[in-house]
Design a protein. Sequence first.
Length: 178
Amino acid sequence: MPAPSPLLIAVESPFSAAARAVSARYFDDLITRYHGRPATAAEIADVDASYPGERLEEPNGLLLLARRDGTVLGCAGMRFVTEAAAPGAEGEAAAPQRVGEVTRVFVDAAARGLGLGRQLMGALEAQARARGLSALRLDTRSDLVEARRLYAAVGYTEGAPHNDDPYADHWFRKQLAG
């Protein structure tokens, strides 16, 4: 049996046909899991419109697509944000830090269990380090058990909320070594 073709993970415009198609599959999966029934085309379009692609395009962020033999198997995005740093021990103000907010981590059902999620997260970390970001953060829902397991397995720790997303139940963070 021949070895599988290599997996290629690369930055792509969130407006490309491939990115829009995998984002629609991601939103379909999220909505279907949340409601426990198939998502409608209108629901997918509404969610897509509420998460504009500009947030995942330089200089605001990026979107990675994972392909094997030209087929898109998954994606992962990151928005670049500046967050206020906690005051120092003496109460002195600390400089704000640039962090990456991870979003749209998705692997097609047929490709799950093959380590693609770990590879996408590793590629996001490499992109974050290359841009000098100090940490990555993300939020997720309780029903996305596999995602929470993945984030813990690749070194994220659960902590306090960093946003007020009404659909988020869990917030994770990973400090990046210099």
